[in-house]
Structure formats: structure tokens, C-alpha cells
Design a protein around this ligand. Structure first.
Ligand SMILES: O=C(O)CCC(=O)C(=O)O
Length: 267
């Protein structure tokens, strides 16, 4: 899938790009089903999401085959390479049940390496009901560092009054955003479901490698202890997906030392 020059310019200048109806209604049905199956499997036996706190995890095993396959889908993987304008490595396909508001934050505050995240909500949302808001252009310095979480004391406005683009969406719509952009969500329900996919640049310089290794070390540590019992971030099923690019990625991640979860070596 070749992105247009206008799409690339939009992403470069504003730090995000909207893809309307990237997923078909049938794909949305499958994603929706797998998000529930996948996330509920990480809850204690026979319990439901408590709707009090966020519940999320990576979904990359046989339990969620379609979601797992999306990391290799050219609609995301090719787009990631074009948006970052360099080779990428996969980080995760994941899902979340969000609860209420999510304050302003950045997913990766390190400027040592670039990343792009694709998200898609499974229910229709608008600015008042939990749509993701991004601050256009806040992926770049000096603007990036001028944004502050404490919007009231710094800018004299409530968090939900900060100037932003709200990703009003229908199921099937996808937002791609630069990993350095400031984002938040307000007014959402206590069970907002989101699918996501993340890619980082394939590190070519020592600072990027160091930053990515540190980040992955955190990811592996969290998953090894996560929720109830822990699990490998990249299970055997994920490692064996029959796709040439995927297999190149597995070898590359092993070479970079970011494939194995301590305690769950081999997946
Ligand atoms: O939907 C939300 O509440 C926020 C999502 C978000 O900020 C994130 O996943 O980083």
C-alpha cells in the first residue's frame, strides 16, 4: 500500500494520519471478538473486566490469530515503513479496555528512536465520549517540551480544553500517530475497547539501539510478571508465523537482543 505524498506530509507536519474504514465490517467483527477473547484470558478465571481500571495486554498468540496477523498486514506494516521513512521492527499488536478519562501523555518520551502506533476503537466515539485527542505538531521540539500535563496552572484551561484534534471515529477507522505526540481522551465510558499496533524504527545507530533495548527490557519485565502468571511477549506461535518479512523480523529481533522474555525463553 503506497501512501500519497499528501498523507506523508500530513503525518510529518502534524504527527498523525487518519485512515477511514481501513478495516472492513467483517474484519471489525473478528477484531472485536478477539479483543474480548484475548483480554478476558488475562483476567482471573471467570471474572469480567471490573470497569474500574484499565485492562490491556499484547495479543500475539493463537488465541487471537487475526489480530496477531495484523502486525504483518501491509496496510499497517508497509504504512509504518513509509511513515517513518525507514525499516521498522514490530513491537506489538495489543488491546485495551479503557476506563473514563486518560490524561495528557506521550507514549515514548525518548527522542533516541522513532515509532508509530496505529489505533482503532471498536465503538463509535467523538470528542465528548472518549475519542483520542492529539495535539497536532507536538511530536516535534520545541513544541513537544512546551506542552505540560498540568494544563490548569500552566495554560489556565482544563485538560479537555487544550487545543487538539479529536479522532471522532467509527469502527474500522484507524489513527496512525507518531510515538512522540501528546495525546489524551476525555468523557469515555468505563469499557472503551481499543485495538493497537506498534512499530519502532530498526535501530541503526548506538543511541537508538540502546534506547530500544531499554524500552524492550521494560516490556519484557512487565509481561513476565503481568496480571496473573506472566507470559512471553513473543510466544512460539508469533515467532512461527509464515511470512518472509515476519521471519526476517524474528531473526533481527533476536540479533538485537529484544526477542526473549526472561523466564520464558523460546516463547
Ligand atoms: O483511549 C484512551 O483512553 C487513551 C489511549 C491512550 O492514550 C494510549 O493508549 O496511549
Amino acid at each position: 500500500m503506497a501512501l500519497t505524498q499528501q498523507q506523508l506530509s500530513h503525518f510529518n507536519v502534524f504527527g498523525f494520519l487518519v485512515f477511514r474504514q481501513l478495516f472492513s465490517p467483517e474484519e471489525v467483527r473478528v477484531i472485536s471478538r478477539e479483543v474480548d477473547t484475548g483480554l478476558d484470558a488475562f483476567l482471573p478465571d471467570n471474572t469480567e473486566h471490573d470497569r474500574k481500571k484499565r485492562h490491556g495486554d499484547s495479543l500475539m498468540d493463537a488465541n487471537t490469530p487475526f489480530i496477531t496477523s495484523l502486525i504483518d498486514d501491509p496496510r499497517l506494516a508497509d504504512a509504518a515503513e513509509q511513515l517513518l521513512d525507514r525499516p521498522v521492527i514490530p513491537v506489538a499488536t495489543d488491546a485495551n479496555y479503557f476506563v473514563g478519562d486518560t490524561g495528557w501523555h506521550v507514549d515514548n518520551p525518548s527522542f533516541d528512536y522513532a515509532g508509530v502506533r496505529f489505533i482503532s476503537y471498536l465503538e463509535p466515539l467523538d470528542a465528548q465520549t472518549g475519542a483520542l485527542r492529539v495535539i497536532p505538531g507536538s511530536h516535534r521540539e520545541p513544541f513537544h517540551s512546551q506542552i505540560q500535563r498540568d494544563t490548569q496552572s500552566v495554560f489556565g484551561v482544563m485538560p479537555d480544553e487544550l487545543p487538539a484534534f479529536a479522532f471522532s471515529s467509527q469502527p474500522g477507522d484507524v489513527l496512525a500517530f507518531n510515538y512522540w505526540i501528546w495525546h489524551a481522551a476525555f468523557g469515555g465510558s468505563d469499557h472503551r475497547r481499543m485495538f493497537g499496533a506498534v512499530y519502532y524504527e530498526d535501530p541503526q545507530v548506538p543511541a537508538a539501539l540502546k534506547g530500544i533495548q531499554a524500552n524492550f527490557s521494560g516490556i519484557h519485565h512487565r509481561h513476565s510478571q503481568r496480571w496473573y502468571g506472566g507470559h512471553a511477549v513473543y510466544p512460539k506461535y508469533w515467532r512461527s508465523l509464515d511470512n518472509p518479512r515476519h521471519q526476517r523480523w524474528v531473526r533481527r529481533m533476536d540479533e538485537l537482543g529484544i526477542l526473549e522474555t526472561p523466564g520464558f525463553e523460546g516463547g
